[in-house]
Ligand binder design. Structure first.
Ligand code: SF4
Length: 250
């Protein structure tokens, strides 16, 4: 699928958040080229008038740093999440560097920051990340099975690339967490064993958007992975694999 890229000017970039423990979200892009089949952020299409398939367009908020700078002057200090309805380190960020510029501004403001991404590109900004007093970087890893990853997250970085990213962050003494959400078909013992030493904490979430993915589960004969008791058992096995570390279940 070819990617349609459009440069836009945003009116606001620092938006209030309803996510527990997060005061604001910063999303430098609209849309996400990772194109995850379960993505909850597809509702953004309704607000922005896009008719292209999710994963096929990205709007670039080229004035994001300037607007952020202005909004931070008026805003109460609070925890900022990068990002909530896009991946701020999707491929196009390597060209536009908007996330990097926003991070620099948040650093000047001494804002506490939480980054959540699937992309190793976050390592490019290690120099800035290391300077924050309060920052946490989460890497989303939803399965240990690369074939499953390719089906549900077709254009996102590989699992091994994400695991290496977590390790590098952790080796550089950055506080890290793994976001295992949505928990896709996996071997929970293998996944926890491979990332346990690279994370300080873990967040696990279920597949909440079954209407988007039901046909995939059925086609692949994986419907048991949508059964509540079955997935509860998988989550317990994941928790056992991270024994001694804080595990939150969404
Ligand atoms: S990386 Fe996140 S925002 Fe991007 S498509 Fe996947 S779930 Fe959606």
């Amino acid at each position: 699928m070819s990617l349609i890229i459009r440069e836009i000017k945003a009116k606001s970039i620092l938006t209030k958040s309803g996510i527990p423990g997060v005061d604001y979200c910063v999303n430098p892009y609209v849309g996400c080229s990772h194109g995850c089949r379960y993505c909850y952020a597809t509702f953004m299409k309704r607000y922005t008038g896009h008719t292209e398939p999710w994963g096929g367009f990205v709007d670039v908020k080229i004035n994001a740093p300037e607007i952020l700078q202005r909004q931070l002057k008026r805003a109460r200090n609070g925890r900022v999440m990068i990002s909530s309805v896009t991946d701020a380190y999707q491929q196009i960020e390597s060209k536009y560097k908007l996330t990097r510029q926003c991070l620099e501004i948040l650093l000047q403001n001494q804002s506490p920051v939480d980054i959540l991404t699937k992309s190793p590109l976050v390592l490019r900004d290690m120099d800035i990340i290391k300077k924050f007093k309060d920052i946490e970087v989460g890497i989303t890893i939803t399965t240990n099975d690369e074939e499953i990853r390719k089906v549900f997250e077709p254009n996102a970085p590989s699992i091994i690339a994400r695991m290496r990213t977590l390790k590098t962050l952790h080796d550089n003494r950055i506080k890290t967490y793994a976001f295992i959400g949505p928990a896709l078909p996996m071997n929970p013992e293998t996944l926890s064993e491979k990332i346990n030493t690279h994370v300080d904490s873990i967040i696990i979430d279920r597949m909440n958007y079954t209407s988007k993915t039901l046909k995939i589960y059925e086609r692949m004969n994986l419907s048991k992975w949508l059964d509540k008791d079955f997935i509860d058992d998988i989550i317990q096995r994941l928790k056992n694999g991270f024994a001694g570390k804080p595990v939150s279940i969404c």
